[in-house]
Design a protein around this ligand. Structure first.
Ligand code: ATP
Ligand code: MG
Length: 380
């Protein structure tokens, strides 16, 4: 019925083309775009629907620029039965319409063409198109797992992606940055321990658009023991079962792991599609790396064959000769599993934690913010 293709050309303004039955355009009296008068359609996004409407009067509204209002018809052959409407790509993304997607409903209601995502089919979507779950993990403490989780999530949300951040550390640093600490609220501990809990009950919005959080608190420190004592249920896949219920609701889930390999981190890695490893660049950077990589491989072999080791990235980078030496050694060991972008050591990061903000919102022009934005482009 309806096909979507993407047209990525043009000066940065990405658009998508939605193919619509010509009959519908005729009913609305939208004609070939060669006739200038029929460029006058308005395209809006309301209530998870894209609405296409014929403009009765001349449009001088800036928001309906040419890119969002040009209609083209195929002029010959069988394909003349359909028309292409060029739509701003962010509208398609908000509806989660992806390249080549042909599971879209297109209907006429009153004097509008209504385009909506076929939710029944969305449940059948492939893994690649649903929420990607990424763990930020290292057995070592203080390597910027938390800072990286926070800023990856913030950068992705800032790009318009819908992001769920999960704090898996009982220190709850991530939770505190987003001012979501509450010992009595439903938290990640409940998600791990309560059998029939809806994980949505533990999700809290943050003050930032597109960014929600499942918080942690000190009670998580006792959750591992409770999981281990409860032998009536599978112990490793509890988080996976909960997060899989949210696959259609977010683009990314970023998980901030604690600095050890316990039942909580095993749950994170069993739930994940990908694991990323921050490495603090200092003279101890290589210690334990081999054991870490082996542990990830073991979890992949034992519990989660779909787990991908995305790679390592360097944090707190400084222009010193020791750093250069260690970086070269890391490159030798990890080869293409070491990302090129490094996060520079930057006092703005420490300040941002005192202000309880992701650094990209605290000091957008700082080196660390630039690095996190670049790293997100490289990694995601
Ligand atoms: N790019 C950076 N520049 C300067 N300081 C940084 C940077 N990244 C992180 N830090 C600081 O390093 C410390 C450790 O960072 P963070 O808490 O993110 O590490 P972690 O791996 O999550 O630690 P833990 O293992 O305790 O959970 C924090 O004080 C943080 O502010
Ligand atoms: Mg941490």
């Amino acid at each position: 019925m309806a096909k979507v293709t993407f047209n990525k050309s043009g000066s940065g303004s990405e658009t998508g083309r939605l193919i619509i039955p010509a009959l519908m355009l005729k009913i609305l009296d939208i004609k070939d775009s060669k006739e200038d008068a029929d460029r006058r359609i308005s395209i809006t996004y309301v209530d998870n629907k894209i609405k296409i409407k014929k403009q009765k009067d001349k449009v001088d509204d800036d928001t309906h620029n040419k890119a969002s209002s040009v209609v083209t018809f195929y002029s010959s052959g069988k394909s003349s039965r359909s028309g292409k409407v060029i739509i701003p790509v962010d509208m398609l993304q908000r509806l989660k319409i992806t390249r080549g997607d042909n599971e879209v409903n297109i209907n006429i209601e009153n004097d509008e063409i209504i385009v909506s995502k076929n939710l029944k089919n969305e449940k059948l979507r492939g893994k690649d198109e649903s929420m990607k779950i990424v763990s930020i993990f290292n057995i070592k403490g203080g390597v910027a797992k938390t800072i990286s989780s926070i800023n990856f999530a913030a950068c992705l949300a800032d790009k318009g992606k819908k992001v769920l951040l999960v704090d898996l550390d009982s220190q709850a640093d991530t939770t505190k940055i987003f001012k979501a600490y509450d010992i009595d609220d439903k938290s990640v501990e409940d998600v791990l321990l309560e059998k029939n809990m809806d994980p949505r009950d533990a999700i809290r919005p943050t003050e930032y658009e597109n960014l929600d959080i499942i918080a942690s608190n000190i009670k998580l420190a006792f959750a591992e023991k409770k999981i281990l004592l409860d032998t009536t249920r599978n112990q490793q896949n509890r988080l996976k079962k909960a997060l899989d219920k949210l696959r259609d609701e977010y683009d990314y889930c970023i998980m901030d792991c604690p600095p050890n390999l316990n039942m909580i981190t095993i749950n994170a890695l069993v739930a994940s599609d990908e694991v990323l490893v921050p490495i603090k660049i200092d003279k101890f950077a290589l210690d334990g790396l081999e054991y870490l990589l082996e542990s990830i491989q073991e979890i992949k072999d034992e519990f989660n064959p779909g787990l991908e080791f995305g790679g390592c990235f360097i944090t707190m980078d400084k222009a010193t000769s020791v750093n250069k030496l260690v970086k070269d050694q890391l490159k030798g060991i990890l080869e293409d599993k070491l990302f090129d972008t490094t996060i520079r050591d930057n006092v703005k990061v420490i300040e941002s934690t005192l202000e309880e903000k992701p650094v990209i919102y605290y000091a957008n022009k700082s080196n660390a913010s630039k690095d996190y934005r670049n790293l997100v482009e490289e990694v995601f």
